[in-house]
Ligand binder design. Structure first.
Ligand code: SF4
Length: 457
């Protein structure tokens, strides 16, 4: 250990840009054994490590780094799965630069440990050796319904199954995985990786009900009668428009619809609302990871030009820095410090985005800079397709009222320690905290499962 002076930080290799633009295959390659061991060997094994405080799951990262560096991969696998429901997925998709790696003590000059890449390596090489996640074989009597099969639902199901509880998962879509399946593009997360986790849950005894919408295909009354507890991991699936004139034009789309259409097509579905951007000028409004998913997908879909419009400067972008770098490599143009004023239309067709330029204020006491609109700076950014990537809000399905589950004015489910206003019903993830990261939803699912289990003990 402590070999950070001998080995410099290395990121996983990326596929050549021209090659990766031809398909939706993953961009990053999984570390080989020697590279993973060397990179893990850089860890200082801090007495009071910060990296795990930067991880929403509180993964005890130094422990599995040490087992990787000292060539004990089976123990590294067991340790990394202990606190995480799907480490090989989060190692791929977490914005590590603002989480664990951002908090790493070596991030102050030597280069943070490549935590995400090592995490993926640990599980993928273990799977290649035939190892699998462990679940209880002896079943308990209590039955829990998990509504929603995204990161929060998968996590809750995983931790309940590990303790032997009976789990049934209900998903209104045709495939399980939620945003892991239909939101995040394949170039960041191959869909067989998601299916593999779902299949392990089914092997562990979970019953999966697809195309099953609560309130339509199964009533809330049936749920309450059949199950001892209900976990709501509904996510935040309603896309947001900007609230500006012209945005209901036929060629203005929400990011989630654009991304889902591509993913469904890639999975072979034919009955889909696919948004074709081939040979079109695409502008994407927004600067987070979903905006990066949209711009990078647009390039792969053959758009003639792709621009990302963001109201702050590059330093204030909210998403992962590596996704911005990848987008630039793939030919995306960034236009910073612009705020959409309206969509210019001709009848039902958008012709472009009317923009105002912005400046950043001096930092306030918290260090945050405000956006200042430069009056009179209007100009038109012409476009054939406009995609709004401005975040997500929870939907509020009617069955919540039937279950006497309260929501707040934001549409988020009100909870106390994951318990809702109905003593039998728990909630976590984006439907409860508002749109956030997959890893935060996974942490909520795990902690809500533990809260449910406490009521049975
Ligand atoms: Fe880092 Fe995410 Fe893994 Fe936590 S789950 S250690 S934040 S990559």
């Amino acid at each position: 250990m402590l070999n950070f002076t001998k080995f410099e930080r290395i990121n996983p290799e990326k596929r050549d840009v021209l090659q990766r633009l031809k398909d939706y295959g993953e961009v990053y390659q999984v570390f080989g054994k020697q590279r993973a061991n060397e990179q893990a060997d850089r860890c200082m094994q801090c007495g009071d490590p910060y990296c795990h405080t930067g991880c929403p799951l509180g993964n005890y990262i130094p422990a599995w780094l040490k087992q990787t560096a000292t060539k004990n991969p089976d123990l590294a696998f067991a340790l990394s799965n202990e606190t995480s429901p799907f480490p090989e997925i989060l190692g791929r998709i977490c914005p590590q630069d603002v989480l664990c790696e951002g908090a790493c003590s070596l991030n102050t000059g030597h280069g943070a440990i490549s935590i995400g890449a090592i995490e993926t390596h640990i599980s993928e090489t273990a799977f290649a050796r035939g190892m699998k996640p462990k679940f209880a074989t002896k079943k308990k009597d209590q039955k829990i319904a998990v509504i929603g099969s995204g990161p929060s639902g998968i996590s809750a199901a995983t931790f309940l199954l590990r303790k032997g509880y009976q789990v049934e998962m209900f998903e209104r879509a045709d495939r399980a995985g939620g945003l892991l399946m239909y939101g995040i593009p394949g170039f960041k997360l191959d869909k067989t990786t998601v299916d593999r986790r779902i299949n392990w849950l089914i092997e562990a005894g979970m019953k999966l009900h697809l195309n099953c919408e609560i309130g339509k295909d199964k009533s809330s009354k049936e749920l309450e009668e059949e199950f001892d507890a209900i976990y709501l991991g509904l996510g935040a699936t309603a896309g947001r428009f900007a609230g500006i004139d012209g945005e209901k034009a036929s060629n203005v789309h929400l990011a989630i619809n654009f991304l889902t259409g591509i993913q469904k097509r890639n999975l072979g579905n034919t009955n889909i609302d696919y948004i074709d951007v081939k040979n079109k000028r695409v502008v994407v409004i927004g600067g987070g990871d979903t905006a990066m998913d949209c711009v990078r997908s647009s390039v792969r879909e053959g758009a003639s030009s792709v621009k990302c419009l963001y109201r702050r400067n590059e330093a204030n972008m909210p998403g992962s820095k590596k996704e911005v770098v990848n987008s630039k490599e793939e030919g995306v143009e960034f236009v910073f410090n612009v705020s959409p004023k309206s969509i210019k239309t001709d009848g039902d067709l958008a012709l472009g985005v009317e923009l105002l330029t912005t400046s950043m204020s001096e930092p306030d006491n918290s260090g945050r800079q405000k956006v200042v609109i430069n009056e009179g700076s209007e100009y038109l950014e012409e476009a054939d397709v406009i995609i709004m990537a401005l975040g997500f809000a929870p939907e509020v399905p009617a069955f919540l009222k039937e279950l006497n589950v309260n929501t707040n004015s934001w549409g988020r489910i009100e909870t106390s320690s994951f318990k809702t206003s109905n003593a039998k019903v728990y909630a976590g993830g984006d439907c409860q905290r508002g749109a956030h990261l997959a890893v935060t939803a996974a942490a909520d699912g795990r902690d809500a499962a533990r809260a449910i289990i406490q009521t049975f003990i």
